[in-house]
Design a binder for this molecule. Structure first.
Ligand SMILES: *Cc1c(COP(=O)(O)O)cnc(C)c1O
Length: 352
């Protein structure tokens, strides 16, 4: 019988949350659908796609639209089939088997998954008890452990906390390896390093269209960095990684920067409302729950009863994300009705 190798034998296919739920606040997606007019132009733009031809391997027009929207040079940009693909490519190619990479904990779990697949040694650097990062200790550990690649999200999924630019500059200058800075949620905050991406020879910044822009279905992400790093990614990626329909649709949306920013502002208003509602509950039930004040499109609730609360919400057809190791729930900002529903159910849970 054919035997799967040890590396993949026990892996399970990724299943975010199985089942149908009325309210989905578990994946940090945008709760807004594209405005009708942009949807129409994005679909219209796909009419001219020649489906019998392979897509543009360099996604030139898409990268140009991204570069204009974020005021970077298009030569410093490469597109991926979601930033997830770029993370995988970076682990597979910037590291060699047995190399050491570092993550911080807690952080986005996919980093360690790709590090594992790349057969590398992972060093997990714990955050402080309040989930802030001790920058000096981070730098010191990376250098002591001869880390070739440090990856973390800023602001962080799942804590919603962020490091300011001064801290990031210290990290990038202080470590000798490559720093991969995942700015998936930076559209909700204002400490982006994009404008400085080209000034460091060891910095790659990841961006995605899946969160603020509400294009999770298209699978489009970007890496930004010095041309030498970007060319290396272009050289190792699979040639036609971003399909032609996604290229064309995401390009159209990125060209409507005003609409994108308006959507981001609406999401932030929703986040503020959800956070305010949760803070009220925290005052009402002292000692039972703690709300982390974050800078993303989700709010984190720490509670010793996280698992029971998670199960209760699921039973009421509301999906949020439960983090066992953090004893916390991550709740994505939703529509007014969705936020009200989740707040009602949390209140009922703690009252019971
Ligand atoms: C959602 C998310 C991504 C993945 O983005 P895709 O472009 O949809 O693959 C990457 N990093 C973090 C931290 C995320 O939360």
């Amino acid at each position: 019988m054919y035997e799967l190798n040890e590396k993949i034998r026990d892996l399970e296919p990724y299943e975010p949350i199985a089942g149908e739920y009325k309210i989905r606040l578990d994946a940090n997606e945008s709760f807004l659908r594209l405005p009708e007019s942009i949807m129409a132009s994005a679909l219209h733009a796909t009419f001219s796609v020649e489906l019998n031809r392979y897509p543009d391997p360099t996604a030139k027009a898409l990268c140009a639209a991204f570069a204009r929207a974020y005021r970077v040079d298009a030569a410093n940009v490469v597109a991926g089939n979601g930033s997830d693909e770029l993370i995988s490519i970076i682990f597979q190619s910037f590291l060699q088997k047995g190399d050491t990479y570092a993550t911080v904990a807690p952080d986005f779990s996919m980093y360690d998954f790709y590090g594992y697949l790349a057969e590398c040694r992972g060093v997990s650097i714990p955050k402080n008890e309040d989930w802030t990062i001790n920058v000096d200790r981070l730098i010191e550990t990376c250098n002591r452990e001869q880390v070739k690649l440090l990856i973390f999200s800023n602001p962080c999924n799942p804590t919603s906390l962020g490091l300011d630019r001064a801290a990031i500059r210290r990290i990038v200058s202080g470590v000798s390896g490559l720093v991969v800075l995942d700015e998936a949620y930076m559209d909700f905050w204002n400490e982006s390093m994009l404008a400085e991406a080209a000034s460091y020879d060891n910095l790659l910044i990841l961006k995605t269209c899946s969160k603020a822009f509400g294009l999770a279905a298209l699978r489009v992400g970007f890496a930004v960095g010095q041309e030498r790093l970007i060319r290396a990614i272009k050289a190792v990626k699979s040639p036609y990684n971003v399909n032609a329909l996604s290229q064309r649709m995401a390009e159209t949306v990125l060209k409507n920067r005003g609409e994108c920013e308006a959507a981001t502002r609406r999401i932030l208003l929703s986040r503020d409302a959800l956070q305010a509602g949760l803070l009220q509950l925290m005052q009402r039930f002292p000692g039972k729950m703690e709300v982390v004040q974050g800078v993303t499109n989700f709010v984190v609730v720490r509670t010793p009863q996280a698992e029971a609360l998670f199960q209760k919400l699921l039973a009421d057809s509301i999906a949020v994300r439960y983090f066992k190791a953090m004893s916390a729930l991550r709740i994505t900002a939703g529509s007014t009705g969705e936020n009200a529903a989740v707040l009602d159910h949390i209140r009922d849970f703690f009252e019971a």
